[in-house]
Design a binder for this molecule. Structure first.
Ligand SMILES: *[C@@H]1O[C@H](CO)[C@@H](O)[C@H](O)[C@H]1NC(C)=O
Ligand SMILES: *[C@@H]1O[C@H](CO)[C@@H](O)[C@H](O)[C@H]1NC(C)=O
Ligand SMILES: *[C@@H]1O[C@H](CO)[C@@H](O)[C@H](O)[C@H]1NC(C)=O
Ligand SMILES: *[C@@H]1O[C@H](CO)[C@@H](O)[C@H](O)[C@H]1NC(C)=O
Ligand SMILES: *[C@@H]1O[C@H](CO)[C@@H](O)[C@H](O)[C@H]1NC(C)=O
Ligand SMILES: *[C@@H]1O[C@H](CO)[C@@H](O)[C@H](O)[C@H]1NC(C)=O
Length: 389
Protein backbone atom coordinates (compact mmCIF):
# COMPACT_ATOMS: atom_id res chain seq x y z
CA UNK A 1 0.00 0.00 0.00
CA UNK A 2 2.72 2.46 0.93
CA UNK A 3 4.48 1.45 -2.22
CA UNK A 4 1.45 2.47 -4.23
CA UNK A 5 1.21 5.76 -2.44
CA UNK A 6 4.84 6.39 -3.14
CA UNK A 7 4.22 5.87 -6.82
CA UNK A 8 1.40 8.35 -6.78
CA UNK A 9 3.57 10.88 -5.05
CA UNK A 10 6.20 10.40 -7.66
CA UNK A 11 3.53 10.66 -10.31
CA UNK A 12 2.85 14.18 -9.17
CA UNK A 13 6.33 15.12 -10.34
CA UNK A 14 5.50 13.85 -13.75
CA UNK A 15 7.17 14.66 -16.95
CA UNK A 16 5.17 15.02 -20.05
CA UNK A 17 6.45 13.31 -23.10
CA UNK A 18 3.65 13.03 -25.58
CA UNK A 19 5.86 11.56 -28.25
CA UNK A 20 6.22 8.45 -26.17
CA UNK A 21 2.51 7.73 -26.28
CA UNK A 22 -0.13 6.50 -28.62
CA UNK A 23 -3.57 7.86 -27.86
CA UNK A 24 -5.16 11.24 -28.03
CA UNK A 25 -8.73 12.06 -27.11
CA UNK A 26 -11.88 10.04 -26.82
CA UNK A 27 -15.44 10.81 -27.76
CA UNK A 28 -18.44 8.86 -26.61
CA UNK A 29 -22.17 9.24 -26.63
CA UNK A 30 -24.03 9.37 -23.37
CA UNK A 31 -24.65 5.82 -22.17
CA UNK A 32 -22.06 4.39 -24.53
CA UNK A 33 -18.69 2.73 -23.94
CA UNK A 34 -15.54 4.81 -24.15
CA UNK A 35 -12.03 3.62 -24.82
CA UNK A 36 -9.34 5.60 -23.03
CA UNK A 37 -6.27 4.73 -25.09
CA UNK A 38 -2.84 4.76 -23.53
CA UNK A 39 0.23 2.93 -24.74
CA UNK A 40 3.87 3.71 -24.40
CA UNK A 41 5.24 3.59 -27.90
CA UNK A 42 8.91 3.64 -27.25
CA UNK A 43 10.58 0.38 -26.32
CA UNK A 44 11.92 0.17 -22.81
CA UNK A 45 15.62 -0.39 -22.61
CA UNK A 46 16.86 -3.56 -20.97
CA UNK A 47 17.71 -1.52 -17.88
CA UNK A 48 14.20 -0.18 -17.50
CA UNK A 49 11.30 -1.82 -15.71
CA UNK A 50 7.66 -0.75 -16.00
CA UNK A 51 6.49 -0.91 -12.39
CA UNK A 52 2.95 0.42 -12.64
CA UNK A 53 0.46 2.20 -14.84
CA UNK A 54 -1.79 4.52 -12.84
CA UNK A 55 -4.86 6.37 -13.97
CA UNK A 56 -6.00 9.76 -12.73
CA UNK A 57 -8.98 11.82 -13.68
CA UNK A 58 -10.30 15.34 -13.38
CA UNK A 59 -13.87 15.20 -14.48
CA UNK A 60 -17.16 16.94 -13.96
CA UNK A 61 -17.97 14.45 -11.21
CA UNK A 62 -14.44 14.49 -9.74
CA UNK A 63 -13.24 18.04 -10.16
CA UNK A 64 -10.19 17.46 -7.95
CA UNK A 65 -7.51 15.16 -9.36
CA UNK A 66 -8.55 11.67 -8.42
CA UNK A 67 -6.43 8.53 -8.63
CA UNK A 68 -8.82 5.78 -9.47
CA UNK A 69 -7.07 2.80 -11.06
CA UNK A 70 -3.71 1.07 -11.03
CA UNK A 71 -2.33 -1.66 -13.22
CA UNK A 72 0.67 -3.77 -12.32
CA UNK A 73 2.15 -6.93 -13.74
CA UNK A 74 0.23 -8.92 -11.14
CA UNK A 75 -3.12 -7.18 -10.80
CA UNK A 76 -5.51 -4.33 -11.48
CA UNK A 77 -6.79 -2.27 -8.58
CA UNK A 78 -9.51 0.26 -8.10
CA UNK A 79 -8.37 3.13 -5.91
CA UNK A 80 -10.66 5.45 -3.92
CA UNK A 81 -13.69 3.27 -4.42
CA UNK A 82 -14.59 0.62 -6.92
CA UNK A 83 -16.21 1.74 -10.13
CA UNK A 84 -16.74 -1.43 -12.12
CA UNK A 85 -17.47 0.49 -15.27
CA UNK A 86 -13.70 0.80 -15.74
CA UNK A 87 -11.92 -2.24 -17.16
CA UNK A 88 -8.36 -2.59 -18.33
CA UNK A 89 -8.22 -3.78 -21.92
CA UNK A 90 -4.55 -3.01 -22.71
CA UNK A 91 -1.89 -5.60 -22.05
CA UNK A 92 0.59 -4.60 -19.39
CA UNK A 93 3.40 -6.54 -20.98
CA UNK A 94 2.86 -4.50 -24.17
CA UNK A 95 3.15 -1.27 -22.15
CA UNK A 96 -0.50 -0.75 -22.99
CA UNK A 97 -2.69 0.59 -20.20
CA UNK A 98 -5.81 1.25 -22.28
CA UNK A 99 -9.01 1.40 -20.23
CA UNK A 100 -12.58 0.86 -21.20
CA UNK A 101 -15.37 2.83 -19.52
CA UNK A 102 -18.90 1.61 -20.04
CA UNK A 103 -22.25 3.28 -19.45
CA UNK A 104 -20.74 6.76 -19.69
CA UNK A 105 -22.58 9.61 -18.01
CA UNK A 106 -22.12 13.36 -18.02
CA UNK A 107 -20.13 13.24 -14.79
CA UNK A 108 -17.45 11.27 -16.65
CA UNK A 109 -16.72 14.17 -18.98
CA UNK A 110 -13.23 15.49 -18.36
CA UNK A 111 -9.57 14.61 -18.63
CA UNK A 112 -8.04 11.23 -17.88
CA UNK A 113 -4.30 10.78 -17.38
CA UNK A 114 -2.32 7.64 -17.53
CA UNK A 115 1.01 7.61 -15.78
CA UNK A 116 3.74 5.09 -16.49
CA UNK A 117 6.09 4.57 -13.57
CA UNK A 118 9.33 3.33 -15.04
CA UNK A 119 12.28 2.40 -12.94
CA UNK A 120 14.74 4.08 -12.88
CA UNK A 121 13.88 6.74 -15.44
CA UNK A 122 10.79 8.11 -13.64
CA UNK A 123 7.26 8.76 -14.78
CA UNK A 124 5.61 9.51 -18.06
CA UNK A 125 2.15 10.96 -18.19
CA UNK A 126 -0.36 11.43 -20.90
CA UNK A 127 -3.70 13.27 -20.83
CA UNK A 128 -6.71 11.91 -22.68
CA UNK A 129 -9.68 14.27 -22.80
CA UNK A 130 -13.00 12.44 -22.83
CA UNK A 131 -15.85 14.24 -24.56
CA UNK A 132 -19.30 12.97 -23.71
CA UNK A 133 -21.74 13.81 -26.48
CA UNK A 134 -25.43 14.29 -25.81
CA UNK A 135 -27.89 14.31 -28.69
CA UNK A 136 -30.40 17.11 -28.20
CA UNK A 137 -34.13 16.71 -27.92
CA UNK A 138 -35.46 18.71 -30.84
CA UNK A 139 -38.80 20.33 -31.42
CA UNK A 140 -40.53 23.14 -33.25
CA UNK A 141 -43.31 24.89 -31.39
CA UNK A 142 -45.97 27.18 -32.67
CA UNK A 143 -45.82 30.51 -30.83
CA UNK A 144 -49.57 30.99 -31.50
CA UNK A 145 -49.28 34.39 -33.20
CA UNK A 146 -52.49 36.40 -33.56
CA UNK A 147 -53.14 38.30 -36.73
CA UNK A 148 -51.64 41.77 -36.36
CA UNK A 149 -49.16 44.36 -37.48
CA UNK A 150 -46.47 44.23 -34.81
CA UNK A 151 -43.57 41.82 -35.04
CA UNK A 152 -44.09 38.84 -32.76
CA UNK A 153 -42.63 35.35 -32.30
CA UNK A 154 -44.10 33.00 -34.90
CA UNK A 155 -42.45 29.76 -33.86
CA UNK A 156 -39.58 28.50 -31.79
CA UNK A 157 -37.14 25.76 -32.62
CA UNK A 158 -35.45 24.09 -29.70
CA UNK A 159 -32.45 21.81 -29.38
CA UNK A 160 -32.65 20.91 -25.70
CA UNK A 161 -29.68 19.77 -23.61
CA UNK A 162 -27.14 19.18 -26.30
CA UNK A 163 -23.45 18.62 -25.81
CA UNK A 164 -21.66 20.24 -27.47
CA UNK A 165 -24.23 22.99 -28.18
CA UNK A 166 -26.29 22.41 -31.30
CA UNK A 167 -26.54 24.90 -34.15
CA UNK A 168 -30.10 25.98 -34.72
CA UNK A 169 -31.12 27.96 -37.78
CA UNK A 170 -34.20 28.60 -39.88
CA UNK A 171 -34.54 27.99 -43.57
CA UNK A 172 -37.17 30.53 -44.52
CA UNK A 173 -37.10 30.29 -48.32
CA UNK A 174 -39.49 32.79 -49.88
CA UNK A 175 -40.08 34.51 -46.54
CA UNK A 176 -36.44 35.48 -46.23
CA UNK A 177 -37.12 39.21 -46.18
CA UNK A 178 -40.23 39.02 -44.03
CA UNK A 179 -38.97 37.10 -41.02
CA UNK A 180 -35.85 36.94 -38.92
CA UNK A 181 -34.48 34.63 -36.27
CA UNK A 182 -33.12 35.35 -32.82
CA UNK A 183 -31.14 32.82 -30.84
CA UNK A 184 -30.88 32.14 -27.19
CA UNK A 185 -28.89 29.52 -25.43
CA UNK A 186 -28.57 28.40 -21.85
CA UNK A 187 -25.81 26.28 -20.37
CA UNK A 188 -27.05 23.77 -17.81
CA UNK A 189 -25.18 22.62 -14.73
CA UNK A 190 -24.74 19.17 -16.22
CA UNK A 191 -22.73 20.64 -19.09
CA UNK A 192 -25.42 20.48 -21.76
CA UNK A 193 -26.79 23.49 -23.58
CA UNK A 194 -30.30 24.29 -24.71
CA UNK A 195 -30.47 26.45 -27.80
CA UNK A 196 -33.69 28.10 -28.88
CA UNK A 197 -34.09 29.96 -32.13
CA UNK A 198 -37.19 32.10 -32.37
CA UNK A 199 -38.65 33.00 -35.74
CA UNK A 200 -39.94 36.57 -35.60
CA UNK A 201 -42.21 38.32 -38.09
CA UNK A 202 -45.37 40.27 -38.73
CA UNK A 203 -48.32 37.92 -38.22
CA UNK A 204 -50.11 38.69 -41.48
CA UNK A 205 -52.43 36.65 -43.67
CA UNK A 206 -49.72 36.81 -46.30
CA UNK A 207 -47.32 34.58 -44.39
CA UNK A 208 -50.03 32.28 -43.04
CA UNK A 209 -49.39 28.70 -44.17
CA UNK A 210 -45.90 29.44 -45.44
CA UNK A 211 -43.50 26.55 -45.13
CA UNK A 212 -40.29 27.02 -43.20
CA UNK A 213 -37.72 24.61 -41.88
CA UNK A 214 -35.66 24.51 -38.77
CA UNK A 215 -32.24 23.00 -39.24
CA UNK A 216 -30.54 21.56 -36.19
CA UNK A 217 -27.00 20.36 -36.51
CA UNK A 218 -24.46 18.80 -34.22
CA UNK A 219 -21.45 16.59 -34.90
CA UNK A 220 -23.71 13.58 -34.98
CA UNK A 221 -26.98 14.96 -36.21
CA UNK A 222 -28.39 16.89 -39.13
CA UNK A 223 -32.06 17.33 -38.60
CA UNK A 224 -34.54 19.34 -40.59
CA UNK A 225 -37.98 19.93 -39.13
CA UNK A 226 -40.63 21.37 -41.42
CA UNK A 227 -43.18 23.76 -40.06
CA UNK A 228 -46.18 25.53 -41.52
CA UNK A 229 -46.56 29.02 -40.13
CA UNK A 230 -49.88 29.49 -38.41
CA UNK A 231 -51.58 32.82 -37.90
CA UNK A 232 -54.59 32.80 -35.63
CA UNK A 233 -57.65 34.99 -36.01
CA UNK A 234 -61.34 35.09 -35.20
CA UNK A 235 -63.92 34.41 -37.93
CA UNK A 236 -63.41 37.23 -40.42
CA UNK A 237 -65.83 36.18 -43.10
CA UNK A 238 -68.88 34.03 -42.77
CA UNK A 239 -70.32 32.91 -46.08
CA UNK A 240 -73.57 31.13 -46.69
CA UNK A 241 -73.85 29.18 -49.89
CA UNK A 242 -76.51 26.97 -51.32
CA UNK A 243 -75.92 23.24 -51.40
CA UNK A 244 -74.28 20.84 -51.50
CA UNK A 245 -77.63 19.03 -51.74
CA UNK A 246 -81.01 20.26 -52.73
CA UNK A 247 -82.74 22.31 -50.04
CA UNK A 248 -79.51 22.81 -48.17
CA UNK A 249 -77.37 25.74 -47.19
CA UNK A 250 -73.82 25.60 -45.99
CA UNK A 251 -72.13 28.12 -43.81
CA UNK A 252 -68.39 28.60 -44.08
CA UNK A 253 -66.15 30.81 -42.04
CA UNK A 254 -62.66 32.07 -42.62
CA UNK A 255 -61.07 31.56 -39.23
CA UNK A 256 -58.05 29.93 -37.63
CA UNK A 257 -58.46 27.70 -35.77
CA UNK A 258 -61.46 26.42 -37.71
CA UNK A 259 -64.61 27.95 -36.33
CA UNK A 260 -67.43 25.96 -34.80
CA UNK A 261 -70.54 26.64 -36.84
CA UNK A 262 -74.04 26.63 -35.51
CA UNK A 263 -77.29 27.53 -37.17
CA UNK A 264 -79.86 29.31 -35.07
CA UNK A 265 -83.24 30.85 -35.45
CA UNK A 266 -83.45 33.76 -33.14
CA UNK A 267 -87.03 34.92 -33.28
CA UNK A 268 -88.78 31.72 -34.13
CA UNK A 269 -89.42 28.50 -32.39
CA UNK A 270 -87.35 25.59 -33.52
CA UNK A 271 -89.50 23.43 -35.66
CA UNK A 272 -88.92 20.03 -37.15
CA UNK A 273 -89.16 21.48 -40.63
CA UNK A 274 -85.45 22.08 -40.79
CA UNK A 275 -82.36 20.37 -39.48
CA UNK A 276 -79.22 22.24 -38.52
CA UNK A 277 -76.31 19.87 -38.52
CA UNK A 278 -72.90 21.48 -38.12
CA UNK A 279 -72.43 23.87 -40.99
CA UNK A 280 -75.35 22.54 -43.00
CA UNK A 281 -78.92 23.64 -42.80
CA UNK A 282 -81.41 21.30 -44.43
CA UNK A 283 -85.07 22.01 -45.02
CA UNK A 284 -87.24 19.01 -44.55
CA UNK A 285 -90.58 20.41 -45.45
CA UNK A 286 -91.45 23.59 -47.18
CA UNK A 287 -93.77 25.33 -44.87
CA UNK A 288 -94.44 28.90 -43.96
CA UNK A 289 -92.65 28.69 -40.66
CA UNK A 290 -89.35 28.70 -42.53
CA UNK A 291 -89.82 32.23 -43.66
CA UNK A 292 -87.51 34.65 -41.97
CA UNK A 293 -83.93 34.86 -40.80
CA UNK A 294 -81.60 32.00 -39.96
CA UNK A 295 -78.40 32.91 -38.19
CA UNK A 296 -75.19 31.16 -38.85
CA UNK A 297 -72.74 31.75 -36.04
CA UNK A 298 -69.04 31.00 -36.33
CA UNK A 299 -67.01 30.84 -33.13
CA UNK A 300 -63.44 30.07 -32.37
CA UNK A 301 -61.38 30.91 -29.33
CA UNK A 302 -60.51 34.35 -30.72
CA UNK A 303 -64.00 35.59 -31.42
CA UNK A 304 -67.31 35.11 -33.13
CA UNK A 305 -69.12 36.38 -36.19
CA UNK A 306 -72.60 35.90 -37.54
CA UNK A 307 -74.22 35.86 -40.92
CA UNK A 308 -77.90 35.71 -41.67
CA UNK A 309 -79.84 33.81 -44.25
CA UNK A 310 -83.21 35.31 -45.11
CA UNK A 311 -85.51 32.75 -46.43
CA UNK A 312 -88.30 33.73 -48.71
CA UNK A 313 -90.84 31.14 -49.53
CA UNK A 314 -91.41 31.00 -53.25
CA UNK A 315 -94.21 29.60 -55.25
CA UNK A 316 -92.15 28.12 -57.99
CA UNK A 317 -93.73 24.97 -59.26
CA UNK A 318 -90.29 23.86 -60.22
CA UNK A 319 -89.19 23.61 -56.66
CA UNK A 320 -92.51 22.37 -55.49
CA UNK A 321 -92.70 25.07 -52.83
CA UNK A 322 -95.91 26.37 -51.50
CA UNK A 323 -96.80 29.85 -52.43
CA UNK A 324 -97.48 32.23 -49.62
CA UNK A 325 -99.69 35.16 -49.69
CA UNK A 326 -97.40 36.82 -47.25
CA UNK A 327 -94.65 36.89 -49.73
CA UNK A 328 -94.89 40.43 -50.90
CA UNK A 329 -94.85 41.80 -47.41
CA UNK A 330 -91.78 39.82 -46.57
CA UNK A 331 -90.04 40.90 -49.70
CA UNK A 332 -90.67 44.43 -48.65
CA UNK A 333 -89.07 43.83 -45.26
CA UNK A 334 -86.11 42.19 -46.84
CA UNK A 335 -85.67 45.05 -49.25
CA UNK A 336 -85.70 47.61 -46.51
CA UNK A 337 -83.21 45.67 -44.43
CA UNK A 338 -81.07 45.28 -47.49
CA UNK A 339 -81.20 48.97 -48.18
CA UNK A 340 -80.19 49.61 -44.63
CA UNK A 341 -77.13 47.43 -44.80
CA UNK A 342 -76.32 48.20 -48.40
CA UNK A 343 -75.20 44.67 -48.94
CA UNK A 344 -75.38 42.54 -52.00
CA UNK A 345 -77.12 39.24 -51.73
CA UNK A 346 -76.73 35.66 -52.60
CA UNK A 347 -77.97 34.17 -55.80
CA UNK A 348 -80.81 31.98 -54.85
CA UNK A 349 -83.44 30.86 -57.22
CA UNK A 350 -85.96 30.44 -54.49
CA UNK A 351 -84.64 32.32 -51.53
CA UNK A 352 -83.64 35.75 -50.64
CA UNK A 353 -80.63 35.96 -48.53
CA UNK A 354 -77.95 38.26 -47.31
CA UNK A 355 -75.49 38.43 -44.50
CA UNK A 356 -76.19 40.58 -41.52
CA UNK A 357 -72.52 41.25 -41.14
CA UNK A 358 -71.00 39.64 -44.15
CA UNK A 359 -71.09 40.34 -47.81
CA UNK A 360 -72.69 37.36 -49.45
CA UNK A 361 -71.09 35.60 -52.28
CA UNK A 362 -72.54 36.45 -55.62
CA UNK A 363 -73.78 39.36 -57.62
CA UNK A 364 -77.18 39.77 -59.17
CA UNK A 365 -75.48 39.50 -62.54
CA UNK A 366 -74.48 35.93 -61.82
CA UNK A 367 -77.92 35.28 -60.63
CA UNK A 368 -79.61 36.51 -63.77
CA UNK A 369 -78.66 33.66 -65.99
CA UNK A 370 -79.63 31.03 -63.56
CA UNK A 371 -83.29 31.18 -62.96
CA UNK A 372 -85.46 32.23 -65.82
CA UNK A 373 -88.50 32.04 -63.63
CA UNK A 374 -87.66 35.20 -61.78
CA UNK A 375 -86.93 38.15 -64.06
CA UNK A 376 -90.31 39.78 -63.70
CA UNK A 377 -90.00 40.14 -59.99
CA UNK A 378 -86.46 41.30 -59.68
CA UNK A 379 -87.33 44.84 -60.48
CA UNK A 380 -90.04 44.92 -57.90
CA UNK A 381 -87.74 43.63 -55.23
CA UNK A 382 -85.07 46.15 -55.95
CA UNK A 383 -81.52 44.92 -55.87
CA UNK A 384 -82.50 41.83 -54.06
CA UNK A 385 -84.38 40.02 -56.70
CA UNK A 386 -87.27 37.95 -55.60
CA UNK A 387 -88.97 34.68 -55.68
CA UNK A 388 -91.78 33.82 -57.93
CA UNK A 389 -95.24 33.74 -56.56
C1 LIG B 1 -3.74 -1.14 -26.62
O1 LIG B 1 -4.71 -2.09 -26.27
C2 LIG B 1 -5.98 -1.88 -26.85
C3 LIG B 1 -6.94 -2.87 -26.26
O2 LIG B 1 -6.50 -4.18 -26.47
C4 LIG B 1 -5.87 -2.02 -28.32
O3 LIG B 1 -7.12 -1.80 -28.92
C5 LIG B 1 -4.89 -0.99 -28.84
O4 LIG B 1 -4.72 -1.15 -30.22
C6 LIG B 1 -3.55 -1.11 -28.12
N1 LIG B 1 -2.74 0.02 -28.50
C7 LIG B 1 -1.75 -0.06 -29.39
C8 LIG B 1 -1.09 1.22 -29.75
O5 LIG B 1 -1.40 -1.13 -29.83
C1 LIG C 1 -28.30 32.24 -34.67
O1 LIG C 1 -29.03 32.74 -35.76
C2 LIG C 1 -28.27 32.99 -36.92
C3 LIG C 1 -29.15 33.66 -37.92
O2 LIG C 1 -30.32 32.92 -38.13
C4 LIG C 1 -27.69 31.68 -37.41
O3 LIG C 1 -26.96 31.90 -38.59
C5 LIG C 1 -26.80 31.13 -36.34
O4 LIG C 1 -26.29 29.87 -36.72
C6 LIG C 1 -27.55 30.97 -35.04
N1 LIG C 1 -26.64 30.64 -33.98
C7 LIG C 1 -26.77 29.54 -33.22
C8 LIG C 1 -25.81 29.40 -32.12
O5 LIG C 1 -27.63 28.71 -33.42
C1 LIG D 1 -29.17 18.25 -18.12
O1 LIG D 1 -29.87 19.27 -17.45
C2 LIG D 1 -31.03 19.74 -18.12
C3 LIG D 1 -31.58 20.91 -17.34
O2 LIG D 1 -31.69 20.62 -16.02
C4 LIG D 1 -32.03 18.58 -18.22
O3 LIG D 1 -33.18 19.01 -18.88
C5 LIG D 1 -31.39 17.44 -18.99
O4 LIG D 1 -32.27 16.33 -19.03
C6 LIG D 1 -30.08 17.02 -18.34
N1 LIG D 1 -29.44 16.07 -19.24
C7 LIG D 1 -28.98 14.91 -18.83
C8 LIG D 1 -28.41 14.02 -19.87
O5 LIG D 1 -29.01 14.58 -17.66
C1 LIG E 1 -24.87 17.92 -42.11
O1 LIG E 1 -25.06 18.61 -43.33
C2 LIG E 1 -23.97 19.45 -43.71
C3 LIG E 1 -24.38 20.24 -44.92
O2 LIG E 1 -25.12 19.45 -45.81
C4 LIG E 1 -22.74 18.58 -43.94
O3 LIG E 1 -21.65 19.41 -44.28
C5 LIG E 1 -22.44 17.81 -42.67
O4 LIG E 1 -21.37 16.94 -42.90
C6 LIG E 1 -23.64 17.01 -42.21
N1 LIG E 1 -23.35 16.41 -40.92
C7 LIG E 1 -23.75 15.17 -40.58
C8 LIG E 1 -23.41 14.71 -39.22
O5 LIG E 1 -24.38 14.46 -41.35
C1 LIG F 1 -66.56 34.11 -48.82
O1 LIG F 1 -66.93 34.72 -50.03
C2 LIG F 1 -65.93 35.59 -50.58
C3 LIG F 1 -66.52 36.26 -51.79
O2 LIG F 1 -67.01 35.33 -52.72
C4 LIG F 1 -64.70 34.74 -50.92
O3 LIG F 1 -63.68 35.58 -51.41
C5 LIG F 1 -64.22 34.06 -49.66
O4 LIG F 1 -63.12 33.22 -49.97
C6 LIG F 1 -65.32 33.25 -49.02
N1 LIG F 1 -64.84 32.78 -47.75
C7 LIG F 1 -65.08 31.56 -47.31
C8 LIG F 1 -64.56 31.23 -45.97
O5 LIG F 1 -65.69 30.72 -47.96
C1 LIG G 1 -66.15 23.72 -30.75
O1 LIG G 1 -66.81 22.48 -30.65
C2 LIG G 1 -66.10 21.50 -29.93
C3 LIG G 1 -66.86 20.20 -30.01
O2 LIG G 1 -68.23 20.39 -29.88
C4 LIG G 1 -65.91 21.99 -28.50
O3 LIG G 1 -65.16 21.05 -27.78
C5 LIG G 1 -65.15 23.30 -28.53
O4 LIG G 1 -65.02 23.81 -27.22
C6 LIG G 1 -65.86 24.31 -29.38
N1 LIG G 1 -65.05 25.48 -29.50
C7 LIG G 1 -65.50 26.73 -29.31
C8 LIG G 1 -64.53 27.83 -29.47
O5 LIG G 1 -66.66 26.94 -29.06
Amino acid sequence: MSYKLLLFVSALVWTRDVQDFAGKSATVELGGTAILPCKLTRELTTDEILEQISWQRRTKGKPVTDNFFTITKKEDNYVNGEDNRFQRIGIFADNNGTLQLSNVNLQDDGTYSCIFSIYPSGTRKMDIPLHVLVTPETSVNDALPRLGEAEVPLATCTAASSKPPAKVAWNTGALKDKVRATNNSALHDNGTTTTVSTLMGKPTKEIYRSQVQCVISTEKLNQTISFEIQIYYPPLEVNITEGPMKDQFTCEADANPKANITWRRSNHHLLPSFIAEGATLTFKSKTSDLIGPFQCEAINRYGRKESTLYLQAPGSCKGGWIAFSLLLGIVAIVVSVAALYKHGFLKLPRFLMFGGEQVPTSSPADYAGEDEALPDHREGAGRLGSAEV
